[in-house]
Design a binder for this molecule. Structure first.
Ligand code: 1GP
Length: 248
């Protein structure tokens, strides 16, 4: 089970790197390179999703990844239509930073019967959109305001509420392409307030920030844009995230 493995890793202080793949932006022909890089550098997860998926590549991308590697494939859906049995797990996201009932529980009611029948592992996730200094697709599409980036106390209380509601993980996301990634201070404060694994992402462009996040208590670092633009960065990002795993 992917989640149990994550909890066990957390208890040992082991950190994970997830590479985000947006099926819309990916050319199937460039996948070989991405998969090889991911395998060479022991990437822990592929997250698959995008706020808008306009083509029909989701299934094809998943099938191809599955055929070529055994890295867990986790759906990170931008909406309730982005579902596929071909993945291994799904982050079942409730947008707890927002006040849009559809994204807190509405779309979940619609997708629940499909997911119940599916072989997917369901990982309930308290998804928190943090202001990253640019207006993001998430913010616009969800019709919600992100948590201001300096309002650490709001983030902490939201994460505590998510954990109390039974969510299995908290995802602090500044949004894809954020100018300001989630701050060290916010990650540290949320880490000090909840026991469940913390995923962080949005605007992480260099290994230094990836390292800062795991040092501040994030269990998973998600990188999309930076690796999309420079696939060679995988090596440095993996080294930064996994350096915490080396005990001396
Ligand atoms: C967005 O956390 C992810 O949901 C990744 O963001 O594309 O900016 O790395 P980037």
């Amino acid at each position: 089970m992917i989640y149990n493995n994550l909890v066990e890793a957390k208890s040992k202080g082991l950190k994970k790197l997830a590479v985000l793949i947006d099926p819309d932006k990916l050319r199937i022909t460039s996948m070989e390179h991405i998969v090889k890089n991911a395998m060479d550098h022991n990437i822990d997860y592929f997250f698959i999703g995008g706020s808008l998926i306009v083509n029909d590549q989701l299934d094809a991308v998943l099938a191809r990844l599955k055929k070529e590697c055994d890295i867990p494939l986790i759906l990170f859906p931008g909406n309730s239509m982005q579902l596929s049995y071909k993945a291994d797990a799904i982050l079942f996201l409730s947008l707890i930073s927002g006040r849009n009932p559809e994204l807190l529980i509405g779309t979940h009611v619609i997708s629940a019967p499909y997911l119940k029948l599916s072989p997917l592992e369901i990982i309930s996730t308290g998804y928190m959109n943090i202001d990253g200094g640019v207006s993001t697709t998430v913010s616009y599409m969800s019709n919600t305001n992100p948590i201001p980036k300096d309002k650490v106390d709001i983030a902490v209380c939201t994460a505590i509420a998510g954990e109390m509601l039974g969510m299995k993980t908290i995802y602090l996301d500044a949004g894809s392409g954020a100018k300001y990634p989630v701050s060290k201070d916010m990650i540290e404060s949320v880490r000090g307030s909840v026991e469940i694994p913390i995923i962080t992402g949005g605007g992480i462009r260099n290994p230094e920030k990836a390292f800062e996040n795991v040092s501040a208590g994030a269990d998973v670092v998600v990188i999309g844009n930076a690796i999309e633009q420079d696939p060679g960065l995988v090596a440095e990002m993996a080294a930064a995230v996994h350096s915490k795993n080396i005990k001396v």
